[in-house]
Design a binder for this molecule. Structure first.
Ligand code: DCP
Ligand code: MG
Length: 595
């Protein structure tokens, strides 16, 4: 998994990939108006910069030198107006480009989230959560930078450079050539810088991914780390990961630390050249002082966008790599296919049939082999077997979390592959071994914001399964805020809430993967009663550890290493004196004595 992670983060990509860019631009398409407006404003604002040195030149040569006070005032007002206009336009530019960025990434995040909802459970078996979180947060964020400042600003920098060149050459082409003589050196330096930064950027990215996944895993497992007194080791491991990350960052900072002063140096060099050449010309009376002043300002203005362009290049680079990762996720088609022509079934009677079903999580490694059984509507079927026998897997394939390799699974005689997933989900409720509660109120956790479930239904379900007593005792009762997967509730309480959830949805088919963890006798009785309520009047499959549930089942399936070894009622199986009999003796005898 670690190497897989690395591979994904190592995507460095090209700085500019036309195919990726086209796909990215599709996201800004709805906001085309913003971009066009921003580019137009940029042309204006880019010209307003070089206008200032131009005005300065006029002020010096035409008015100051000729002691024209009114002219000086006029130029001052013009300079001020240019500056004011520039600021106002800049405000709108900043605001609308940011708006553009935020809107696009809102769309993109929504799309990503919707996509993750469609991905099959199989995908999540293989993908670290930390990586998905990185996609939806960091990677999308770096696209924000591209959309909001990148695209538009690249234009603005180019416009500024073009405008300055126009002003410079129209004023004095010889002096322009002198000031641009350092350009080849600058271009070479920028090229070198880009190459180095690109390499170091990959290192940073890689180490950041490592840092993230380490944090993710070790924060999740904090209680285990604490109980085994592993804090010191954990910290030293973290420190080394952290240190690598720092080193990678410092390496990349080094290039910046060299590059920026380098650009500064060259801009000073260009100014020195202007003063040397232009000064000489002035002394010889071939050039005015105003031109010299203007050129010094032009040169300072000229180097800024060039320096920024290399930064924009980084934004582009980061965005390209991020978008490649994002698109890779969006293109992942690990999904359960909806049938092309679904059989129309609205509500089910609840008949379940497995016909020669084989299933593997990976390749041909079958965890279920040739499974066939049938459950009549309203009946309860218990599945028993050792841990790892494949009990939970039977549920996973019945609900189409995974698709089977061979055979058929039928609901009311219809292959589930020909049924819309929505229909399956509406008719089946599952109560899992490990209960999942979301942050929100108890009410929401039971009703799951289903509009067909009223507040009364929620209360009645909770009362029916015996959860009402503890819920009403909680601060806020049904509005009690469940935090972080229900960490503030006990295992038994969570179990009861999940029973209430299943009952409130009143499914035709109920699946129950009983928790193995034992609870106190009183809760045990409540849970047993709750289970009886849940099973009444619907088809159910129960992965049972409780003797009472198993004994009362209409049919018991004994699963052993992925195969059905015995099937029948409690009495029939006991009479067989086979696996069930032995299991019963070993496991259930104790319980019976206990009761
Ligand atoms: N398995 C797998 N990949 C998964 C889940 C399970 O490869 N995502 C494997 C582990 C077991 C086998 O499948 O070898 C059967 O697992 P089950 O979860 O179906 O086993 P049980 O539910 O019977 O076991 P338990 O009683 O412990 O819940
Ligand atoms: Mg299981």
């Amino acid at each position: 998994m670690a190497s897989d992670y690395k591979a994904d983060e190592e995507i460095l990509g090209k700085a500019y990939d036309a195919k990726l860019m086209r796909r990215l631009l599709a996201y800004v398409k709805p906001y085309k108006g913003y971009i066009i407006a921003a580019i137009l404003l940029n042309i204006v604002v880019a010209a307003l910069g070089p206008v200032r040195p131009f005005l300065t030149k006029i002020a010096i040569d035409d008015y100051i030198a000729k002691s024209n006070y009114h002219g000086v005032i006029l130029i001052t007002i013009l300079l001020f107006a240019a500056l004011l206009l520039q600021s106002v336009i800049q405000y709108f530019l900043t605001y609308y480009t940011q708006l553009l960025g935020q809107r696009t990434i809102l769309d993109l995040r929504t799309q990503l989230f919707r996509h993750t909802q469609k991905l099959a459970v199989r995908f999540y078996d293989k993908t670290p959560i930390g990586r998905l979180v990185t996609r939806v947060t960091n990677d999308v964020e770096s696209l924000n930078e591209l959309f909001s400042s990148g695209i538009v600003m690249v234009f603005s920098d180019l416009f500024i450079i073009v405008w300055i060149l126009i002003f410079m050459f129209s004023m004095d082409w010889e002096l322009s050539l002198v000031s641009l003589s350092v350009l080849p050196l600058l271009i070479y330096g920028t090229f070198l810088f880009r190459k180095k930064v690109r390499e170091s950027y990959r290192d940073v990215r890689l180490h950041l991914a490592r840092l993230n996944s380490y944090m993710q895993e070790h924060i999740t497992g904090m209680s285990i780390i604490q109980i085994f007194n592993k804090e010191k080791e954990d910290l030293s491991n973290f420190s080394s990961v952290n240190k690598d990350h720092k080193t990678a960052n410092i390496n990349s900072i080094f290039y910046y630390a060299v590059f920026f002063p380098g650009v500064e140096f060259m801009s000073s060099l260009a100014i020195a050249l202007i003063i040397w050449y232009g000064g000489g010309e002035i002394v010889q009376g071939k050039m005015s002082l105003g031109v010299l002043f203007a050129f010094i300002q032009f040169t300072e203005m000229f180097f800024r966008p060039i320096r920024d362009l290399s930064e924009k290049y980084n934004i582009l680079q980061t965005a390209m790599a991020s978008s490649e990762r994002i698109f890779k996720l969006l293109d992942d088609k690990t999904m359960i296919e909806e049938p092309a022509a679904p059989v129309s079934v609205s509500s089910l009677k609840g008949e379940i049939e497995f016909r020669n079903v084989c299933f593997a999580y990976n390749g041909d490694d079958h965890v279920l082999k040739n499974i066939s059984f049938r459950i009549e509507p309203g009946q309860t079927c218990a599945i028993v077997g050792a841990t790892g026998a494949g009990k939970t897997s039977i549920i996973n394939i019945l609900t189409r979390f995974y698709d089977i390799n061979k055979g058929e699974i039928l609901l009311d005689g219809v292959n589930i592959k020909n049924m819309r997933k929505e229909v399956i989900n509406q008719n089946i409720s599952i109560v899992l071994q490990d209960v999942f509660l979301f942050s929100g109120s108890i009410k929401e956790n039971i009703g799951m914001n289903n509009e067909n479930i009223s507040a009364d239904d929620i209360k009645m379900s909770a009362e029916a399964v015996g959860a009402a007593d503890f819920i009403t005792a909680l601060p806020g009762g049904y509005d009690y805020a469940v935090k972080e997967r229900g960490a503030t509730l006990s295992v038994g309480q969570k179990q009861l809430i999940s029973f209430a959830r299943a009952l409130a949805h009143d499914p035709r088919i109920l699946i129950l993967d009983e928790a193995t963890s034992s609870v106190d006798t009183e809760t045990e009785i409540i849970i047993q009663n709750a289970i009886r309520k849940l099973l009444a009047g619907r088809t159910s499959i129960v992965i049972a550890h409780r003797l009472s549930t198993v004994q009362n089942a209409d049919n018991i399936i004994v699963l052993h290493k992925g195969e059905i070894r015995e099937m029948g009622t409690h009495q029939e199986l006991l009479a067989k004196k086979g696996i069930y009999f032995r299991l019963y003796q070993l496991q259930y005898k104790e319980q019976e004595i206990g009761n």
